[in-house]
Ligand binder design. Structure first.
Ligand SMILES: [Zn+2]
Length: 829
């Protein structure tokens, strides 16, 4: 194992021997604006007790210059990931002087030069283990300490960290900011940001507590910040969580920072939450996008308690914070903000992620067995987040909301600023609910997979049987829906506790039966024959949005599983999606439809379905209400579809030329999407891309231009994109994505199938030489959409000893491909 991949065993031994009390980190970022400068100076001083004479510090950087232990300089023993410490006393002060590297991969201290105004922006991103790219530290969540950050940076910049500044010294062209020491926190949630960020100030007050709220973005994006809404949601969330958790916000100020080239949605650094700029739109956004941003703001805010105040001991219990935060994102959206339909989107979209992941051969229990950091990195997945949240929703149905929140309150009170495992939470939940939570934990947290619920009509007697595969104890409600005056409305609900494989049930006459009405449990619920017919005929007549979400979800699961012909699914979409008023649902449906067209049909059928889909999107766009979110969503769907079929290229050109339907805002991002579709189908070229760059010479514009250029339907262009992706080490994370997307653009297997074998020859080397973030993008993004699994099976057979995390990714991609081929074969003509 390479020495950067820390194991659970060795870190447990280290925290048993070493008790950390404080870390002082001094960073010199004054040279950041100079692009040629790759390094920054980082000095760490750690104070700790040790029962062992030696241990190690984690650091991934350019070099280590000096190591001092209790005043005596030691020989530097540094292997690129670990610094050996020897001759330790009981009480130790260790100082390390080193050079760190500015990052372009979003891991560690990321540096971004904004081409719009030539400004430089820095921010850190660490989870699970990249703090060591910025400072020498003990990189494991159970070694909490008080951190003091001292940052030197150019004068005039905003300089930010978890706490407010305690002292600022100004020099000529530079400033030195010393931040107040943090309460005890883990290394992965420490944070630093610096740059000429634009700022909006706000405040939140409650019960004598005053919290400064600040929102930041790059200057060139400041006009798109929507800070009023962000601050309003922030106040609503702080009101909600301080009440619900009965523990005052513990981190002083609350900064929220939108940053470029970000690898994830957001990160819960206490007092300094970072978000992707993807949450800021450059002109046109649907309310579904604002709902998603709100959900994420509240998810991260829940982490201020779940995760930051009380932290999992090791990554096995990552779910302890992520499942809760995911649940709270939807719960608090619905309870405290204008986005009251958050659970509708959760039912259809978020749970689809869980169902998909849980059917992969690599699925795992919610409480996972995470032996090392590479495994931890891959577990930020649909199980840990979405399934965990869905299972908590089922838990709330069992014990009630009051007991659930009372359990949480006791958990915070008992473990504030400490580390926990599953048992600590179960103990509190058992105490408040009076139920034995061990059994619930065994059934839901420590198993994999899901039940499929279906209704079988009995042969005699006119009764029915509720059948569940992979039986578990579910608390659910069966919804009975009938057609009344052209609407499908709920007539009755039958509450049920089931744990058996088969359970007799009396169902009144119904046009539509929903086996998981209200979406209480985590299971795939099938539609019986009559309900399917009702859905095909009248889905958009169902009054309740959550019920529609469950029907859409059921249809999608049946399609993925090969039980429903994807052509029938698409017919339902073409008929009912244009009448879907819930834009969150619509967004998910359009994405699923596009995916089905591209993946669930073999050649001739695919071309036919692609054509009908592209035409349907164009028609829905023409007929959508002026200025509506639906209109914008269909415009985006048309742009996506038009990269695969040029039947609407005249309309696409017209949209770009300004002939747009009344009310539609074509913002720079939609323009790029439309233009890229034209480029991918040969209706536009490099000159058009250059002209668009003139209109939008920004960071986002340059990334989009790179993607558009790589999308040209020309073998030499795709060849260049392929080689850039694998070999151009100067590409940032976003630029790498642009090359990958360009390479795959339009699904042109005729241009890229020749690289299939080379992919398998390259991934091992990429895994060992690139950072795990970039290597994962290559392995997933360039996995060949072959016509068989022969090549991938050969690689798996020949590479049994490849790193487990790499094998996991390849096995998952193989499973996606095998599923597509299976669905294609079942429904082929
Ligand atoms: Zn989270």
């Amino acid at each position: 194992m390479n020495s950067a991949n820390l194991s659970r065993e060795e870190t447990a031994a280290r925290s048993a021997a070493v008790t950390l009390s404080s870390i002082r980190v001094e960073l010199d970022l004054t040279g950041a604006p100079e692009r040629a400068r790759a390094c920054f100076a980082t000095t760490t001083t750690l104070e700790f007790e040790s029962t062992a004479p030696e241990t190690w510090l984690d650091f991934i950087g350019e070099s280590v210059h000096r190591v001092t232990v209790n005043g005596a300089e030691q020989e530097v023993r540094y292997d690129g990931a670990r610094i050996a410490l020897t001759g330790l006393a009981q009480h130790n002060i260790v100082r390390v002087d080193a050079s760190g590297l500015y990052s372009r991969s979003g891991e560690g201290l990321h540096r971004f030069h904004d081409p719009a105004d030539d400004q430089t922006y820095l921010y850190t991103q660490y989870e699970p283990a990249d703090a060591r790219r910025v400072m020498a530290c003990f990189e494991q969540p159970d070694m909490k300490a008080s951190y003091t950050f001292v940052v030197e940076a150019p004068a005039g910049w905003e300089v930010l960290s978890n706490q407010a500044p305690a002292r600022i010294e100004s020099g000529v062209g530079v400033q030195r900011v010393e931040f107040a020491p943090t309460p005890p926190i883990s290394s992965y949630i420490t944070a630093v940001a610096a740059g000429p960020y634009a700022r909006v100030d706000g405040e939140w007050r409650r019960d004598g507590q005053t919290v400064a709220l600040r929102v930041f973005a790059r200057r060139s994006l400041a006009q798109h910040l929507e800070s009023d809404e962000i601050l309003e949601v922030t106040r609503q969330g702080l009101d909600f969580f301080t009440d619900a958790f009965a523990y005052p916000y513990p981190w002083g100020k609350y900064d929220q920072l939108f940053v470029p080239e970000y690898n994830l949605g957001a990160m819960e650094n206490p007092g300094l939450v970072t978000f992707t700029e993807g949450y800021l739109s450059r002109g046109a956004a649907t309310d579904a996008q604002r709902a998603a941003r709100t959900n994420t703001i509240l998810h991260e805010m829940a982490h201020m308690w779940f995760g930051d105040l009380v932290t999992m001991r090791w990554w096995d219990d990552l779910w302890l914070k992520e499942s809760f935060a995911d649940y709270m994102g939807s719960h608090a959206s619905a309870a405290a903000t204008r986005f009251t339909d958050a659970w509708v989107k959760f039912a259809a979209n978020r749970k689809a992620w869980a169902y998909q992941q849980d059917q992969l051969p690599t699925t795992h229990p919610i409480v996972a067995d995470i032996t090392d950091l590479e495994a931890a990195k891959l577990n930020f997945d649909g199980i840990t987040y979405a399934k965990g949240a869905a299972v908590l929703k089922q838990l709330v149905a069992f014990v009630g909301e009051d007991a659930f929140f009372e359990g949480a309150r006791r958990y915070f009170a008992a473990h504030a600023f400490g580390n926990t495992t599953l048992d600590d939470l179960l103990a509190q939940l058992s105490a408040v609910s009076g139920r034995d939570m061990r059994e619930w934990s065994r059934a839901w947290l420590e198993t994999t997979g899901m039940s499929t619920l279906a209704l079988e009509a009995d042969d005699v007697g006119g009764g029915s049987t509720l059948v569940q595969t992979d039986p578990r104890p579910h608390r659910l409600r069966v919804g009975i829906y009938r057609r009344v005056d052209g609407r499908i409305v709920r007539h009755d609900q039958i509450p049920l506790d089931i744990s058996e494989e088969r359970m007799p049930i009396r169902i009144p006459d119904a046009d539509l039966i929903l086996l998981n009405d209200d979406d209480l449990t985590y299971a795939k619920a099938r539609l019986d024959e009559r309900s399917l017919a009702t859905a095909e005929e009248s889905l958009s007549d169902i009054e309740d949005p959550l019920a529609r979400a469950l029907v859409w979800s059921s249809l999608w699961n049946a399609t993925r599983d090969g039980e429903l012909d994807p052509a029938r699914y698409l017919a339902v979409v073409r008929r009912h999606a244009p009448r879907e008023p819930n834009v969150g649902l619509l967004t998910g449906i359009l994405a699923n439809a596009g995916f089905a067209v591209r993946n669930f049909f073999a050649d001739a059928r695919r071309a036919r379905e692609q054509r009908s889909w592209t035409e349907a999107a164009a028609q829905a766009l023409r007929e959508a209400e002026a200025g509506s979110d639906a209109q914008l969503s269909w415009a985006r769907a048309l742009a996506t579809a038009s990269a695969y079929d040029d039947v609407q290229s005249t309309e696409v050109k017209a949209l770009l030329a300004g002939a747009v339907p009344e009310g539609l805002v074509v913002d720079p991002d939609l323009r790029w999407q439309l233009l890229t579709a034209l480029v991918a189908t040969g209706h536009a070229g490099a000159d058009d891309v250059a002209a668009e760059m003139q209109r939008d010479d920004t960071g986002t514009g340059r990334t989009a231009a790179r993607r558009a250029l790589a999308s040209r339907p020309d073998a030499a262009v795709r060849d260049a994109a392929w080689h850039a992706a694998w070999t151009d080490l100067s590409l940032s994370n976003d630029h790498l994505d642009a090359e990958i997307a360009g390479f795959r653009s339009g699904g042109r297997r005729d241009l890229i199938a020749r690289f299939d074998a080379e992919y398998f020859a390259r991934i091992g080397e990429a895994w060992s030489s690139r950072s795990i973030e970039l290597a994962s993008r290559l392995v997933i993004g360039l996995f060949p959409a072959s016509e068989s699994v022969t090549l991938v099976d050969r690689w798996l057979a020949d590479n049994g000893s490849a790193p487990a995390a790499l094998r996991r990714l390849v096995i998952e991609q193989r499973d996606h491909l095998a599923r597509n081929l299976r669905v294609q074969a079942i429904h082929s003509e």
